[in-house]
Ligand binder design. Structure first.
Ligand SMILES: [Zn+2]
Length: 276
């Protein structure tokens, strides 16, 4: 537990990690309607932002690239990270600007009429220039952890879960998934240690009762996987530490979850390592 805390904090305290977070903060969180619009127009988009945001990140949209149309609330047009709404056609008096320093949602009141316009964003693949700072989350390549894998698999079966190997139902970069409704764990084929780590991670979602993926549940599941593997003498830190750092973002977030990680780990360890 101490090594988990210190190693993750070590990543989060680094200059690289701060640069990474600065860039993450420049990307706007899109509504589900906009996420659908982006998907329909450019299914392979990974990171989208407006022309000016790309420019501020040292990247230029390539000549001739067609933008992706999204819906933007006009009263947010100068504050949004995408920021590229066309000039409003409505009279200026109807376009309200939030006061500086006030979060956008606080300026929206029940009485105020929201107006929407169209904005244009571009995918990172349509831009060129300074590479974005990233945190590397490498796959594990060792051929170890076979025994723990079988023990975890047996535990999953005792819990009534189906464990399927293959990449159907998995997103392009996901190594596994857990569906509580189907009681199903899917694992992508990979090196043994990677698959053992992923199975421990998905079982942690199950034992912890997570219903969906999110920063808190991802951090917790990976923390549990690291601790369960460590108890069996296996080290997944190379992948687990940066994975947790990027989900938790801040040193205090993991610290607040350590007791819960310990509790879920202990449950799995009892079930898995104590069995003959
Ligand atoms: Zn997960």
């Amino acid at each position: 537990m101490a090594r988990l805390d210190q190693a993750v904090a070590g990543i989060q305290d680094s200059d690289t990690f701060r640069a990474y977070l600065d860039v993450q903060a420049r990307f706007h969180q899109y509504s589900s309607a906009n996420a659908l619009l982006i998907l329909a127009q450019r299914p392979d988009a990974t990171r989208v932002a407006g022309y000016r945001t790309w420019k501020s990140l040292g990247r230029q949209v390539r000549r001739g690239e067609r933008g992706i149309t999204v819906i933007v609330p006009l009263h947010l047009r100068h504050r949004s990270a995408t920021g590229e709404a066309p000039p409003p056609r409505a009279p200026a008096s109807e376009v309200t600007e939030p006061d500086a320093g006030v979060a956008p949602e606080e300026t929206v009141t029940a009485n105020r009429r929201l107006r929407f316009g169209l904005g244009t964003v571009f995918d990172v693949a349509q831009t060129e220039g300074t590479p974005l700072p990233t945190i590397d989350v490498p796959l594990l390549h060792e051929d170890t952890g076979q025994d723990l894998y079988h023990r975890l698999e047996q535990f999953g079966q005792r819990e009534g879960l189906t464990i399927r190997r293959g990449d159907s139902q998995l997103g392009p970069t996901a190594m596994g998934s857990y569906s509580p409704a189907e009681r199903l764990i899917v694992l992508r084929e990979a090196a043994q240690l990677q698959m053992t780590k992923t199975l421990a991670h998905e079982l942690a979602h199950h034992v912890a009762g997570h219903s969906q993926s999110g920063p808190g549940s991802e951090m917790e599941a990976e923390g549990v996987a690291y601790v369960v593997l460590a108890q069996a003498g296996l080290d997944s830190g190379e992948r687990s530490f940066p994975y947790i750092a990027t989900w938790a973002q801040d040193t205090t977030v993991l610290r607040a979850a350590l007791a819960r990680i310990q509790q879920v780990s202990a449950t799995i360890i009892r079930q898995v390592l104590a069995a003959p």
